[in-house]
Design a protein around this ligand. Structure first.
Ligand code: BG6
Length: 518
């Protein structure tokens, strides 16, 4: 592997954790290149990288898909996507010209071996013409049922290895449908690619604010000493969405909130909050992922009745979201009228280790909630309040809460009690707030920008490792099994535009706590 140099950026939050130079030219082959993800996320991310970082001269994309397009039609569509979804607008004509000259289209079915022979020839030609030196990234952005045949076909024409350059494969979520299919997919990929070539993507790890969880914990002396069961009462992780299905009923019916959000994004947030400090955060040192996997292994497994007692699942009913009247989940196009797919999940989880024994982690996520917000709130234990027992103030003292706001309004706030000015003793909660937007002038890169760049650099720290994805599924599988045998009445309904079913409130009240209203 060639030497990479790392230079200090003047402000680490501006450029991500590291600002790297000397990116080697490569070709990114996108399977499923006419799909939504390519148009909304991948092409705009690549264009922004070309604009800002610059991508190396010669960087090329091969779009591998079934529709009968040409290079020209694909370029036109790419321009439209970038115009619609790019973070940086308007499109810069010079950057676009040079970026577009590297976009190529190859029409083929995913199962046709001939298509892979053509792909091989095209890649060799690009190596000659654009100097991409045999460096390749294959990006699987098709429906997951097609992953195995694409992987096998790549192997069959020898595209999994290259004597001249490096070869990597990025695999989109969902990675498996349950524990056994995830294991099977891992086995199939491992037959063709080595683990260090495999990049299982979870876009939450590319978000600046998610990466900042570790910086916040480990670069500041004052938080880590209280980051444990002695001081923390409980932790709430919320990923609320006001969006509904967005035309993805086919996918969502098979997935539901637990597979769509909890198995991947929310367990990533949980592991970053709960993990022990790693021995290094260098590219590919694996220490961060080692520590995350330990947390997943420490998750108290739920089984049988525990699943019913510790989780709430629900579907949205009709209601109003953002001033619009919306139908209930069961009335959505493409949803079975008797569907048991959940659009909301709340659960209580314990991390059975020395640091977190006895501290509940409450997770909740749902579609058609009142607003889009992702946050992690750490609520601390209260001090003894006997000094205030003779005044009204005792009832006014609220626990300290440290909130990491992942999105939107990215930032951090700390809630504490302060004396209301006046002659009597009144206490009110106030917030100390940090906003990314006001402290750092530059816009944050999109998650996919960061992750694509890392994959080009060969840094897999922010990607999910084989044992990690299997540990996530091991925990989730117990819940899926518990739900499978639970009566239909355990699937509640909530009004669209509300914060979830009443049962979720009662669930946390039983512990003497309440959900935050972010
Ligand atoms: C995706 C899910 O992985 O994440 C979507 O499939 C969800 O259902 C999305 O809407 C949320 O991502 P973000 O970045 O908007 O929080």
């Amino acid at each position: 592997m060639p030497q990479r140099s790392v230079v200090e950026a003047p402000n680490p939050f501006r450029e991500g954790l590291r600002f790297k130079e000397s990116l080697e030219p490569c070709v990114m082959v996108i399977f499923g290149a006419t799909g939504d993800l390519t148009h909304r996320k991948l092409l705009p991310a690549l264009y922004n990288l070309a604009l800002e970082h610059p991508l190396p001269a010669g960087f090329s994309v091969v779009a591998f898909a079934r529709r009968p397009y040409t290079d020209e039609t694909f370029r036109e569509q790419a321009l439209e996507s970038i115009n619609n979804y790019s973070r940086q607008k308007p499109v810069n004509p010079q950057v676009w010209e040079s970026f577009a000259s590297g976009l190529h289209y190859l029409q083929s079915n995913f199962h046709d071996p001939e298509g892979y022979v053509k792909l091989n020839n095209l890649l060799n030609k690009l190596d000659q013409e654009r100097g991409t030196s045999g460096n390749r990234i294959f990006y699987l952005s098709t429906p997951p049922s097609q992953y195995p045949e694409i992987i096998q076909n790549l192997g069959a024409v020898g595209l999994n290895r290259n004597r001249k350059g490096w070869t990597r494969i990025i695999i989109e979520k969902p990675f498996g449908h349950d524990l056994s299919t995830a294991r099977e997919l891992n086995r199939q990929v491992a037959k063709v690619f080595r683990e260090e070539q495999i990049y299982r993507i979870d876009h939450y790890l590319g978000k600046e604010t998610v990466q900042n969880i570790l910086v916040f914990r480990l670069a500041n002396g004052i938080f880590e000493p209280v980051w444990n069961r002695r001081y923390v009462d409980h932790i709430q992780i919320t990923v609320a969405e006001n969006l509904g299905l967005e035309g993805r009923a086919g996918y969502y019916e098979e997935s539901g909130a637990i597979r769509d959000m909890i198995q991947n994004h929310m367990l990533q947030l949980l592991t970053l909050v709960a993990m022990e400090p790693p021995i290094a955060i260098d590219a590919n040192s694996d220490s961060v992922r080692d520590e995350k996997v330990k947390v997943l292994h420490a998750l108290q497994p739920l089984s049988g009745q525990e699943v019913i007692n510790n989780t709430i699942r629900a579907q949205y009913g009709p209601g109003w979201v953002g001033g619009q009247q919306v139908p209930g989940y069961l009335q959505e196009n493409g949803v079975a009228p008797d569907s048991s797919t959940e659009t909301y999940v709340a659960m209580k989880v314990f991390v059975d280790n020395w640091r977190w024994a006895g501290v509940p982690f409450y997770l909740r996520t749902g579609k058609h909630l009142p607003k889009r917000v992702t946050e992690i709130a750490i609520q601390f234990k209260q001090p003894p309040l006997m000094l205030f027992k003779d005044s009204d103030a005792q009832g006014q003292v609220e626990p300290n809460v440290l909130t990491l706001r992942i999105q939107p309004d990215e930032g951090i706030s700390l809630k504490f009690g302060a004396k209301v000015p006046g002659t009597d003793m009144q206490i009110r909660s106030v917030n100390m707030d940090f906003f990314y937007g006001s402290s750092f002038v530059r816009e944050q890169p999109e998650a996919y920008e960061r992750l694509l760049l890392d994959a080009m650099h060969g840094d897999s720290t922010l990607f999910t490792r084989r044992d990690e994805v299997e540990a996530q599924w091991t925990f989730i599988q117990n819940i899926l099994d518990g739900w499978q045998s639970a009566p239909r009445e355990t699937i509640r309904t909530y009004e669209s535009g509300s914060w979830g079913p009443q049962a979720a409130d009662e669930f946390i009240w039983r512990d003497g706590r309440r959900w935050r209203r972010p």
